[in-house]
Design a protein around this ligand. Structure first.
Ligand code: GAL
Length: 416
């Protein structure tokens, strides 16, 4: 072999090693609800996986429907039929541990955490959410914030209002906007997004301690303070579009862009949508603040992927987890998604203005878990709560909603 060819080969091999490229074959099915306009961040991660493990045929199986409303039902059927995907999306917290870990369906990933050095790369609080009886059961790919209020500065300017910092101010702004001809100032979407508005209202009224007490079973849902959360939420419904149940979360966001609405309470995947899909400049085309009355709190949720027992392509799935838990994986995914990396060593220079502000808040605010997105409550409660919201939307009866929620909490063993 001549010297030039040999040194070229050496440098190609070195480059391949540095890029972590391993020759691989086989297939991998990953299962999530990141389809359509929610797909770009996941696509980027899959691309990184394919560059790192060329030759693996990736089936990026997605089921449409925000917050996994449809995907979770299909996943359940598949898991019960012994047809587990190789790796699937599940929220850190009760959604993962209370459903899949307690039923002994997931592999313990503690040794992977050790070999990848992840125990010191992810915050302890996040690892705790993925842990059960000493095992760690999934790998977090992001941290999202649930309590964010979005708006378009030009719309507020046009109507002469400012972003409300408390729910009282929000209701006042609503009256002003309506008087000036805006029919439905608060953009609202389908049931799970309505639950998110209630979640922000509840954290605002009860404070982080009261919120945590609810899930620890120390504060009853029939307590007058919790009844009040439904009163305020009911007033907000009067400020929202009547066709909320017919709109998905993106359609609700669009009401801000058309100028039909002034405010939208939504998790920060909205930042991903507004920047990655709508190409809007943060702070100009859209702006944000914490949901009213919650500026000291960060309601968190984290998407994670685990390894179900009996995965058909176990080795490929483990490599997938390695990619999504890596610094590069997180920094490829999160800037497009609107979230921040779950890892503590991400390169914030690669992120937009919204995520940079979220990263600051993640460090400085009081962190609590989202009920709607599986961190604070189990799935039995969360899915039952959608019925409470549906009934409340029809009768606006706060006392009845509080009683129904308390009954649901008992049934779903909240705090036990
Ligand atoms: C959440 C999920 C986010 C985003 C959102 C809307 O449950 O954690 O990543 O996908 O649903 O679909």
């Amino acid at each position: 072999m001549n010297k030039r060819v040999r040194s070229a080969l050496v440098s190609v091999t070195a480059a391949a090693l540095m890029a972590g490229v391993a020759q691989a074959a086989g297939k991998l099915e990953i299962f999530s609800w990141w389809s359509g306009i929610e797909a770009p961040a996941l696509d980027a991660l899959v691309k990184l996986y394919q560059a790192t493990y060329p030759g693996v045929n990736v089936d990026n199986a997605t089921v449409t429907g925000g917050a996994g409303t449809n995907a979770k039902a299909i996943l359940k059927t598949r898991m019960l039929n012994g047809d587990a995907p190789d790796s699937f999306q599940a929220h850190a917290g009760q959604e993962l541990t209370g459903t899949w870990v307690v039923s002994n369906r997931m592999e313990d990933l503690s040794s992977l955490y050790k070999s990848e050095g992840w125990n010191t790369k992810f915050p302890k609080a996040v690892i705790d959410l993925l842990s059960h009886k000493g095992g760690i059961y999934s790998v977090p790919v992001d941290v999202h914030r649930s309590n964010v209020m979005w708006y378009v500065p030009a719309t507020l300017k046009k109507y002469g209002v400012t972003a409300p910092t408390s729910w009282g101010e929000m209701l006042k702004a609503c009256t002003v906007l309506k008087a000036k001809g805006m029919v439905a100032p608060l953009a609202m979407g389908e049931n799970w997004t309505q639950q998110m508005v209630w979640e922000s209202v509840a954290v605002g009224i009860l404070g982080p301690k009261g919120w945590n007490d609810l899930w620890a079973g120390k504060l009853k849902f029939t307590d007058p303070s919790v009844v009040d959360t439904f009163n305020v939420y009911g007033k907000l419904l009067d400020c929202a579009n009547r066709n909320a149940n017919d709109l998905n979360w993106q359609q609700a966001s669009i009401r801000l862009l058309t100028g039909e609405a002034a405010f939208n309470i939504m998790g920060d995947w909205a930042a991903g949508y507004l920047t990655t899909i709508k190409n809007l400049k943060p702070g100009v085309g859209f702006a944000w603040s914490a949901s009213p009355s919650t500026s000291g709190t960060f309601i968190m949720l984290a998407d994670s992927f685990g390894l179900p027992k009996g995965a058909k392509d176990r080795a490929e799935a483990i490599n997938w987890l390695k990619v999504l838990g890596s610094k590069e994986g997180q920094d490829v995914f999160n800037p497009l998604k609107g979230s921040i990396a779950a890892r503590t060593d991400s390169d914030l220079g690669r992120y937009g203005a919204y995520s940079q502000s979220a990263a600051r808040d993640w460090k400085s605010k009081v962190i609590v878990g989202s009920m709607v997105h599986g961190a604070a409550a189990n799935e039995a409660f969360t899915s039952g709560f959608s019925t409470v919201m549906e009934t409340f939307g029809l009768n606006h009866d706060s006392t009845m909603a509080a009683q129904a929620t308390q009954a649901l909490a008992v049934q779903s063993k909240i705090g036990q």
